[in-house]
Design a protein around this ligand. Structure first.
Ligand SMILES: [Zn+2]
Ligand SMILES: [Zn+2]
Length: 131
C-alpha cells in the first residue's frame, strides 16, 4: 500500500494482533477498521465510535481503496484524523496516536499505546539514530 501523503510504499508492522501500515518517510500510519479501537480500548468498549462527529471532504485518498477520505476531529479531542468513508480505515499523521491517547486521559490506553509504539517503532527509531 502507498502512503496517502507522500506516495511511498508503506511497511507493515504488527503487535498483538494489531496490524498497521506505516510510512517511514512521513511517519504516518494506517489503521484498518477496528484496529485503532483494539489498540485504544479493552474488549468491552470496541463498539464505541472512534469516528469524528463531523466529517469534511479532504484531499487525501484512501491507501486501501483509493476513495477520497474525509477528515474531522477525533471524538473529544482536537486531533484531526482522516477516515475512509468506504472501508472506515483511519489515517493518523505523525504524533497523532500519542495525542489521542493523551487526550483520552485513560492511563490504561496511554500505557497500551506506549507499549505498542515501543514494540512497533522502537527498533526503527533506534535504527534511524544509527544511520
Ligand atoms: Zn508518508
Ligand atoms: Zn478506503
Amino acid at each position: 500500500m502507498k502512503c496517502p501523503v507522500c506516495n511511498k510504499s508503506m511497511i507493515i508492522l504488527e503487535h498483538e494482533g494489531i496490524e498497521i501500515d506505516y510510512c517511514t518517510r512521513c511517519k504516518g500510519s494506517w489503521f484498518d477498521s477496528g484496529e485503532l479501537a483494539l489498540l485504544l480500548h479493552d474488549e468491552l468498549r470496541h463498539e464505541e465510535s472512534l469516528e469524528p462527529a463531523l466529517l469534511k471532504k479532504g484531499a487525501r485518498s484512501c491507501p486501501r481503496c483509493g476513495k477520497r477520505m474525509r477528515y474531522g476531529n477525533f471524538p473529544n479531542t482536537k486531533v484531526e484524523i482522516d477516515v475512509c468513508p468506504v472501508d472506515r480505515g483511519i489515517w493518523l499523521d505523525k504524533g497523532e496516536l500519542q495525542a489521542i491517547a493523551k487526550a483520552q486521559g485513560v492511563s490504561e490506553s496511554m500505557q497500551r499505546v506506549q507499549v505498542f509504539l515501543h514494540n512497533v517503532f522502537g527498533s526503527q527509531i533506534e535504527g534511524e539514530k544509527e544511520a
